[in-house]
Design a binder for this molecule. Structure first.
Ligand SMILES: [Zn+2]
Length: 115
């Protein structure tokens, strides 16, 4: 299934293919502040429909995850990194998808704070 997402102002828009079986909430210093609900997909499943140059990127700690956000409206639609096997992954913030009923998606909690 194809899902469509964007930041608030629309400078960042994307489509992403896959079934959302669950989402992850994390309590690390970053995720707790952002309040994102993350859905992990292979990076190739996500296609930006706006220029890559519209993305601003924040990195912290080990600098292994690129937290992308919109420099105009401040929304964080997704992040990028690699899984333990080296595959490129995207963590889509399902709160930024337009067609998703958030209440229907089970949320698992990840204790990122103590990692
Ligand atoms: Zn924006």
């Amino acid at each position: 299934m194809m899902h469509y997402g964007s930041c608030h102002c629309g400078r960042i828009a994307f489509e992403v293919e896959g079934d959302i079986k669950s989402a992850m909430a994390c309590n690390c210093s970053m995720c707790q502040r952002k309040g994102t609900l993350m859905w992990f997909v292979p990076r190739d499943a996500l296609r930006l429909t706006t220029p890559e140059a519209n993305l601003a990127t924040y990195k912290f700690n080990k600098h292994v995850i690129s937290h992308h956000f919109c420099p105009v409206c401040g929304i964080h639609p997704y992040g990028e990194g690699t899984d333990p096997k080296g595959n490129r992954m995207a963590a889509v913030n399902i709160r930024c998808l337009t067609d998703v009923d958030l209440d229907s998606i089970p949320v698992t909690h990840f204790d990122g704070r103590s990692k």
